[in-house]
Design a binder for this molecule. Structure first.
Ligand code: ADP
Length: 257
């Protein structure tokens, strides 16, 4: 049986005390280990708020997040940081690389800050850089990379702690079509090879349809939560229907039997 990696229960978030914005309301779902899912919705619908809550970057106003069996409701800031570090990797639209540092240093940095020695980090760094097709670029300055390469370095950095879950917030929002495709392909490969679960926030339905499960947020609520095989089957059904119902064009020769 698949194991539950993330349990989100009645999550709600209200910002502000005087001018109150209800950004999220009663959102519940479970994510199994190794799932490849997306969160879709229009701008302002609450996607980033949800991602911040399940990534333990922010605390909910109501409800709770259970991460790999750890109920985080009562966790303090330090405990939340430790859980984040143990289980989650983040990829953002803007990569937040340190421009003055090399590719390798950028990938090593979070581990170094956590007090791990470079000697201990290095084999893993080399492994993830190879996995992401960045070998040979270790010594290059982050500023000298293309947009697509920078995002690959950011993904490599997110994988350094072997996260069970990668949370990505519009990870390709800043990339062209070719690099967007490459990044999603890479996510898929990592999902297949390492069993890493993904939750990818996007406002782009065509991107969401490349994932196995789509959680759609509207006005802060979970509008639907569908397995993408159903979505695909639905679309295919529609296409077939279109074909059947399409009236023959005038003057078109009658089909030969
Ligand atoms: P999305 O990621 O779908 O664009 P967000 O989660 O960023 O949506 O925002 C949901 C709602 O919450 C919006 O109305 C937004 O203006 C509001 N919001 C987000 N962050 C804050 C904040 N820190 N303070 C106040 N309101 C916020």
């Amino acid at each position: 049986m698949a194991e539950t990696l993330l349990h989100a229960e009645d999550l709600g978030k209200t910002y502000g005390t005087i001018a109150r914005t209800v950004a999220l309301k009663d959102v519940s779902f479970d994510l199994q280990a190794g799932e490849f899912a997306s969160i879709i919705g229009q701008s302002g619908s609450g996607k980033s708020t949800l991602l911040n809550l399940i990534g333990l970057l922010d605390t909910p106003t109501t409800g709770r997040v259970v991460l790999n069996g750890h109920d985080t409701a009562a966790a303090n800031r330090r405990q939340r940081a430790a859980l984040r570090n143990d289980f989650i990797g983040f990829v953002f639209q803007f990569h937040y690389l340190l421009p003055e540092f090399s590719v390798l240093e950028n990938v090593l940095m979070p581990g170094r800050i956590a007090g791990v020695s470079t000697a201990d980090l290095r084999p893993r760094a080399e492994e993830v850089l190879r996995l992401l097709g960045l070998e040979g670029l270790e010594g290059k300055g982050a500023n000298d990379l293309s947009g697509g390469q920078k995002q690959r370095v950011a993904i490599a950095r997110a994988l350094m702690n072997r996260p069970a879950l990668v949370l990505a917030d519009e990870p390709t929002g800043n990339l062209d079509t070719a690099n967007t495709k490459a990044v999603y392909q890479l996510f898929r490969e990592l999902n297949g090879e390492l069993g890493t679960a993904f939750m990818i926030v996007t406002h782009d339905r065509s991107v969401a349809q490349q994932t196995d499960r789509i959680l759609e947020i509207r006005d802060g609520r979970l509008l639907q939560d569908v397995r993408n095989s159903y979505v695909r089957a639905g679309l295919q059904g529609e296409a077939e229907l279109d074909e059947e119902l399409r009236p023959a064009a005038e003057g078109e020769p009658a089909p030969t039997v």
